[in-house]
Design a protein around this ligand. Sequence first.
Ligand code: GLP
Length: 244
Amino acid sequence: MLVIRAKNYEELSRKAAKYIANQVELKPNSVLGLATGSTPVGTYKELIRYCQEEGLSFRKIRTVNLDEYYGLRPDHEQSYRHFMDHNLFDHIDILKENTHVPDGLTQDPCAFGEAYDEMISVLGGIDLQLLGIGSNGHIAFNEPNQHFVAPTHLVKLSENTLEDNARFFDSIDEVPPQAITMGMRSIMRARRILILASGVNKAEAVKGMLEGEIDPMLPASILQLHPDVVLIADNEALSLCALE
Ligand code: GLP
């Protein structure tokens, strides 16, 4: 894994956006795997700037998102569909029909998961997958577990994640307890992966991901097995790592 250090969140966002913009410029019909959470917001802002001020076009880009809260309607203001529209899609020249976010209302998560993974294959697979990392080491909503789960699936969120994400809701009781998440197969099949980490509350997870054993109890550690992963992290997120 290539580690790129940023001095703060702003620099991290600029570097990440540049990395994604290069992908879009070099392969204008790329399939981008996209993430939600607070970390990529600055990256998306910068990508909007590239599009609005520097002529970067997303017209032929296809996107697949990692996850969605189970039970939230797409127009719920905490749904990840709403997040993506609000933080990126509404401000760039992407065609909405080329953007895909898991269906949080599906009645049959198993069949939906199979269909979502199949759709990703039909698109040609993910060229560049953007990831954040949870403070417990989760990627997408693949929570610490006894084993890595391969397909897109319904997952019960951990207490830790419910607490972390309560800040986006009025209270922790309103955080949906389950989510539909891309599994490790589609993530690990992405040709390139860009993972972002910012802030001291990610430092332990980042250390585990970079220096620990590959362990489903720290889901991001599986990325050690991928041949093309770039981590862009700020000083705080790297504060526990023994990097030169
Ligand atoms: C969320 C998302 C993840 C995200 C992570 C970190 O719950 N499902 O895709 O990477 O948690 O979020 P944040 O960037 O807000 O710290």
